[in-house]
Design a protein around this ligand. Structure first.
Ligand code: HEM
Ligand code: HEM
Length: 224
């Protein structure tokens, strides 16, 4: 932020005030959306009392463990793709050395970083998974039937921070600084989009599974 006040260049704008804005919107809007869904559930009167913690926990656990649910076991290629994709998507940016350097420079905090070669492989895997999801959405008739523009949009929002981060790191295609600026913008678009698009499933997943798991358990069944 101070760098931007001293030298108001595009780089310092995107590296300073825009980062603040992206994180504030991401955290603020996410808290608001989760709270709103919780209050809606509370108003319905029958939703919250239906939640049974052990059943909710079991359901979430079965769905976040690879092959933990029947649905995951029935479609192993897409299960592998989904898990590789999410592990890379969540852990790469958090444990990326380049990102950790930025946290250290700005806040003096640091934590463990992935070896750069591992981060690079994870980045490439995330991009490959995005391409697989895209091809599946375009070519598999049963998936195409339920695909809307939103689904392609969230795929693009997930893909571009990885592509541009990779191109910047390897100094490919455009001068390094230009590519890093583009990368930071795509990263910020992703953060801001999470609470406002279907990417909010990052939070809703746990809430819907808790409800579904409890419902099926009260009928004597299980939802995995
Ligand atoms: C808030 C804004 C962000 C900033 C300021 C930022 C900044 C950076 C910087 C400076 C680099 C380093 C390029 C180099 O090595 O010199 C980088 C790389 C990278 N970033 Fe970000 N980033 C942001 C958001 C994100 C997000 C949201 C993701 C993905 C979810 C992401 C994924 C990556 C990846 C995958 C790489 C390259 C890794 C590799 O190929 O080794 N970044 N980022
Ligand atoms: C951390 C908690 C998260 C959980 C538990 C989760 C869970 C899931 C699940 C269960 C699916 C459906 C997979 C299928 O239909 O086979 C999915 C799809 C997807 N997730 Fe997540 N997710 C999380 C975070 C994220 C984040 C942070 C992003 C991106 C910013 C993301 C992007 C996507 C995308 C793009 C798809 C759709 C792939 C397609 O086209 O079918 N997820 N997620």
């Amino acid at each position: 932020m101070l760098d931007f006040i001293r030298d108001p260049s595009i780089y310092n704008l995107v590296r300073g005030p825009f980062v603040w804005l992206a994180f504030l919107v991401f955290i603020g809007a996410s808290v608001y959306k989760v709270r709103r869904l919780y209050l809606m559930a509370k108003n319905e009167k029958v939703v919250l009392p239906a939640i049974k913690l052990p059943a909710a926990r079991r359901s979430i656990l079965h769905w976040i463990v690879p092959f933990g649910s029947r649905n995951w076991r029935m479609r192993w290629p897409i299960t592998v793709t989904t898990f590789v994709f999410h592990v890379g998507l969540v852990f790469t940016p958090i444990f990326l050395l380049s990102h950790n350097v930025l946290w250290y420079e700005s806040w003096g905090i640091h934590w463990w970083s992935l070896p750069e070669s591992v981060a690079d492989v994870m980045t490439v895997l995330v991009m490959i998974c995005c391409v697989v999801f895209f091809l599946r959405r375009v070519f598999a008739p049963e998936v195409r039937f339920v695909t809307s523009a939103d689904d392609l949009l969230i795929l693009a929002i997930s893909f571009f921070p990885f592509l541009t981060g990779f191109l910047a790191y390897h100094e490919l295609l455009l001068p390094y600084k230009t590519m890093v600026i583009i990368h930071m913008l795509f990263g910020q678009i992703m953060l801001i989009a999470i609470p406002f698009t279907r990417l909010a499933h990052m939070f809703y997943f746990f809430m819907t599974r808790a409800f579904m798991g409890s419902q099926t358990a009260s009928w004597g069944g299980k939802d995995w």
